[in-house]
Design a binder for this molecule. Sequence first.
Ligand code: ATP
Length: 439
Amino acid sequence: MSLEPVTIALVEDDPIMGESLVQRLSLEGLTVRWWQRGREAVSALREARVRAVVCDIRLPDIDGETLFREIARRPDAPPFLFITGFGDIDQAVRLMRAGAANYVTKPFDLEDFLVRLAELVRPTPGDDTPVLGVSQAMGEVERLLSRLARVAAPVLICGETGTGKDVAARFLHARSEAAAKPFVAVNCAAIPADLMESELFGHEKGAFTGAIQRHVGYAERTAGGVLFLDEIGELRPELQAKLLRLIEERSFHRVGGERPVAFDGRILAATNADLPALVEAGRFRQDLYYRINVVTVRMPALRDRPDDIPWLMNRFFTEFAERHETSVKGISALTEEAARAHAWPGNIRELRNRMERAMALALGAWLMPGDLFPDLAEYGGPGLSGFGSLEDARLEAERRHIVRALAATGGEIAAAARLLGIGRTTLWEKMRRLSIAVQ
Ligand SMILES: Nc1ncnc2c1ncn2[C@@H]1O[C@H](COP(=O)(O)OP(=O)(O)OP(=O)(O)O)[C@@H](O)[C@H]1O
């Protein structure tokens, strides 16, 4: 759960429900303004600035729909999350069409409600600001990145390939005071070694054959923004020394340049390599490692945060439905289940690619497991060759449940064991057998 300290409005006439929601939302760090009558809420909301409105559809005076239509006329109207009764679903659907953000049906699961609300209250300083995920693990990463956005220390973002390190760096930049300044991304693995120095630091006219005019490098183009060094483990030793100097002296030399040029910017670096091992092997300078690694942000692998999988699938579904002509109306529950069970070695990049291919090629109205995993026999349609045994299914379900319990308790083994109703030793043993990493 990743709720920022913001104010939300609650319009709920039932005192018990209202009080328990206020209590729980306050525990999540939100400030809640609560009204029991619709009219009072309408007049207060003309003045009050709230990030979202949680509103019961049935109220004693005006109903939630009237309230919504009053407020929604405002250009900066907050999003609405409706609480509906079972019989009000038609009305809720009508409201969604009219622009309400979401609804939950009573009785609802509080955690699910909080996830939906978190989606609405996340700060969105710009349309292109990525929001990283709805799992507890990503909520923590987002909170850490938002805090780091306010300080100037170098940050090292670690994680397997495709976990969203680049997206995380852009998120931090977008949340920082330098958001309007450049975000200059340099992939240290993609630029040929002999060009890297002049790409990074620029060169003077005549510095080498072919240098017909001065070239301004990435460091100089950063101009008060962020210099993002992706795959930093790939940087050649002599450039590691020059980067260290840039960080320590806040200046650098263009290739062939006599005078130092001041560096104005913040360094963010990312790696999927084991940098301490590279340091140990003498391939990465220890002093540079300490300089760039003032704070480390670890991007969890997608398989360790299964709650993000359906959420990301929906995002990609919307993105590709807009881009490609498709007859697909939605994602089937079976597909979601298969996606949760997949190990995602390529993480979010793999999920995105699979969704794009599936959306382009699917023939039916619903995205089926075989559309998402045409290459994997076990999801390949009606064939039985890859049909897993009941024991495999049980182990997989057990694995997912344990991973979820660990995510819910922030990796606390004892608390997760309590949640699961087993002893700590049993949990350890199961984690070892099911290859679940300690978080
Ligand atoms: N939270 C997210 N929401 C939507 N798309 C995302 C998210 N995180 C990552 N992606 C997408 O997944 C792909 C991989 O992300 P990204 O390039 O940030 O990963 P990375 O960890 O930097 O990968 P690499 O180690 O290969 O450099 C990109 O297409 C990116 O847009």
